[in-house]
Design a protein around this ligand. Structure first.
Ligand SMILES: Cc1cc2nc3c(=O)[nH]c(=O)nc-3n(C[C@H](O)[C@H](O)[C@H](O)COP(=O)(O)OP(=O)(O)OC[C@H]3O[C@@H](n4cnc5c(N)ncnc54)[C@H](O)[C@@H]3O)c2cc1C
Length: 418
């Protein structure tokens, strides 16, 4: 029988401190698969877990299994640089990313789990005249979309980030697109918070359970074959990021995306020196400081397809070399670790949240290099799509846009979409 979840509170911390922390419950139950569920979600990353959570919270659907081939949050959700912003150019993008950003503001209270959302402000540096014009245009578009951003001067950039050299010889800083309520959150905590809430609603999160086939009958989804046996379901959600092409193949259709490695690295921890997130898209580097003091650095994607969760060395070298011009002080830092994730990139750099050609099957992917920030908005919209067959948040992100030529082009607008 399911034990009701004890809420985390200041009182609980004090109580557990007095009894040697012996009274904490497991955050989520260890589950074994049942024969049948109303909904099966493949992929226990942020998007899969958020989808399950909002199916339960907003639509009362809780007979759900979330199947994960590794450990939950071990894909891109636990590997990203956690930048959260919603300053996209196109209206459908601004709508879903702003929905996500606003849900991040109250996520800790909603999930009763501290996701350490830190709205410290995100700036995207303009280092060419082209970028100045582009970001000014985005600031105007954002004003119409109700997204609070502004184009700020180079002097204001320097005031906000004193460690920056704004007079670099190749790429001087000419201004920036500034979103004061953008920021970051603890990526693992987002996955863990959703997992705990899903488990509390009675959903089964089954780890080390790889989906190896999608079973269908009469053109309709019947279930999946997994490393733990067959599981039947009414509706199937494929939410597997870099492995979306492989899962679509199992379900008998193709997706217009490519899987490529994207990598990040962190320095040794240092004293607080930068309290905003900085993205430099021309030189292709972005940086923030973690609560532990490490400088968290990300670069661009590799130019080849791969399923290995690491990137090539020359990318690391190029990213660091480019950032050193803008942040000379990082040349004296030791880099501690680097890692990669497999991101699923579409041609227009916008996600796919869509019914699949197979009836009863839905697909949520294509978040590429920038889907962490979207997790709650994506879960909210995709749950509505799965429950009701339509959602205003996902309408424009259907697969049909690729055949009808209705692209949502964020590639030129964003340059890089972290
Ligand atoms: C280095 C790096 C930096 C990034 N920086 C940012 C950033 O700063 N801001 C931002 O917004 N985004 C960023 N991103 C992108 C972001 O991480 C992803 O878009 C997002 O995490 C995708 O979440 P997801 O839930 O769709 O995928 P994932 O977290 O990858 O989850 C998919 C899960 O599916 C599982 N799976 C795959 N195949 C199967 C199968 N056959 N059976 C069962 N399970 C399966 C995987 O094991 C995985 O756990 C970055 C990504 C990387 C790699």
């Amino acid at each position: 029988m399911q034990t009701p979840l004890k809420r985390y509170s200041a009182f609980a911390i004090a109580r557990e401190a007095l009894r040697d922390h012996t009274g904490w419950q497991r955050a989520w139950r260890k589950a074994q698969p049942k024969k049948r569920y109303d909904v099966v979600i493949v992929g226990a990353g942020g998007h899969g877990l958020a989808t399950a959570y909002y199916l339960g919270k907003n639509f009362g659907i809780t007979n759900i299994a979330i199947l994960e081939k590794g450990w939950l949050g071990g894909g891109n959700t636990g590997r990203n640089t956690t930048i959260i912003r919603s300053n996209y150019l196109q209206d459908p993008s601004a709508a879903i990313y702003e929905k996500a950003r606003s849900l991040y503001e109250t996520m800790s209270q909603d999930l009763n789990y501290n996701v350490m959302f830190s709205p410290r402000g995100v700036m995207m540096l303009a280092q060419t005249e082209h970028e100045v014009r582009g970001y000014q245009r985005t600031a105007h578009a954002n004003a119409l979309q109700g997204v609070a951003t502004e184009f700020i001067s180079a002097q204001r950039v320097k005031e906000l980030v004193p460690i920056m050299n704004i007079n670099g010889p190749r790429y001087p800083v000419l201004g920036a697109l500034w979103q004061p309520r953008g920021g970051s959150a603890r990526h693992d905590a987002v996955a863990w918070g959703y997992a705990r809430a899903c488990s509390a609603m009675g959903m089964d999160i089954i780890q080390k359970c790889e989906v190896t086939a999608v079973r269908q009958e009469g053109g309709k989804v019947k279930g999946v074959t997994t490393s733990k046996g067959d599981i039947d379901c009414e509706k199937l959600g494929l939410v597997v990021a870099g492995h979306s092409g492989a899962l679509a193949d199992m379900a008998g259709f193709r997706l217009p995306l490519e899987s490529v490695p994207l990598q990040a690295l962190v320095s040794e921890p240092i004293k607080p020196c930068m309290d905003v997130v900085v993205m430099a898209n021309t030189v292709h580097g972005y940086m923030s400081q973690s609560d532990k003091g490490e400088m968290v650095i990300g670069g661009g994607t590799d130019a080849f397809n791969s399923y290995t969760q690491r990137g090539s060395f020359h990318h690391l070298e190029e990213t660091v070399r480019a950032l050193v011009e803008t942040f000379p002080m990082i040349s004296r830092l030791k880099m501690l670790r680097h890692w990669g994730g497999i991101v699923d990139v579409t041609g227009d750099r916008s996600p796919i949240l869509s019914k699949a050609p197979l009836e009863g099957c839905f697909v949520n992917c294509g978040w590429g290099t920038g889907g962490f920030k979207a997790i709650p908005g994506s879960g909210w919209g995709f749950a509505e799509l799965m429950a009701r067959g339509q959602s205003p948040l996902t309408d424009e992100f259907g697969l049909n846009r690729f055949t009808e030529g209705r692209f949502i082009d964020e590639s030129v607008a964003a340059g890089v979409a972290h």
